[in-house]
Design a binder for this molecule. Structure first.
Ligand SMILES: CC(C)(COP(=O)(O)OP(=O)(O)OC[C@H]1O[C@@H](n2cnc3c(N)ncnc32)[C@H](O)[C@@H]1OP(=O)(O)O)[C@@H](O)C(=O)NCCC(=O)NCCS
Length: 202
């Protein structure tokens, strides 16, 4: 990790950065907290069926109390939850990124993401993920994991565009709507993380 990568990353608490994407208007990534619960719940509820296809948490966060509880777990840093950040287009939440399962001793973190249908296919999530990688690197992370369902082709494609390598498949890894699903594990390590950051427009 270079000094440049440390200096360029804002503190997670202060995160509020403009993103270069294909969306029009003012597009920014900023930290979300439990105070954003109403907006978060509305954003999830408006695209619930699609977001729930491969993600477990939308089912719990489409109401303000459910969203507040989920966001508060990030506020408290529970179980390695480091950050939940939202992409705001002219003040409206359209996508987001999480950094979770941080193992400080092993210098490992997991990156997750989503967008509403209207923001998909515009490079929005990729830009948000690059900011997540920048932060992770500033915390000394050496390995970033990306977990996705093998049927989630858009997620796998984004991971590969960022430079992640598919490392294996965890069989029967999690329950979703009563069915046990596999999880593909992708990894991005060491200077590959810096390369993903450096390739992105800012
Ligand atoms: C998975 C998911 C986050 C991928 O999002 P995405 O929008 O495909 O990913 P990106 O931000 O990288 O955007 C890529 C697209 O934007 C295009 N793009 C990139 N930069 C662009 C720009 N500056 N202007 C316009 N388009 C741009 C790319 O060409 C690509 O287009 P294509 O999909 O037609 O090939 C999204 O499909 C999603 O939210 N799904 C539901 C939730 C989910 O499954 N989350 C992941 C769980 S593991």
């Amino acid at each position: 990790m270079t000094a440049e990568h440390i200096l360029e990353a804002p503190l997670a608490e202060d995160l509020d950065v403009p993103l270069t994407t294909g969306l029009v208007g003012d597009v920014r990534l900023r930290r979300l907290t439990a105070l954003d619960a109403d907006a978060f719940a509305g954003h999830v509820a408006a695209d619930l069926a699609r977001l729930s296809e491969f993600l477990p948490w939308p089912a719990r966060t489409s109401t303000p109390p459910g969203a507040a509880e989920w966001l508060a777990r990030y506020d408290r840093g529970e179980d390695g939850r480091k950050l939940v950040a939202g992409v705001m287009q002219d003040g409206a939440l359209v996508a987001g990124m999480v950094l979770m399962n941080h193992d400080e001793a092993a210098a490992i973190i997991e990156l997750g993401c989503w967008s509403v249908a209207a923001a998909e296919g515009r490079g929005v999530v990729r830009a948000a993920c690059v900011e997540g990688l920048r932060l992770a690197r500033s915390w000394g992370v050496e390995r970033v994991e990306w977990h996705c369902d093998p049927q989630n082709s858009r997620s796998g494609a984004l991971a590969r565009r960022l430079g992640f390598q598919l490392e294996g498949t965890l069989r029967s890894a999690y329950p979703l709507r009563g069915e046990r699903r596999d999880t593909e594990v992708y990894g991005l390590i060491g200077t590959e993380i810096d390369e993903a950051i450096d390739q992105a427009p800012r």
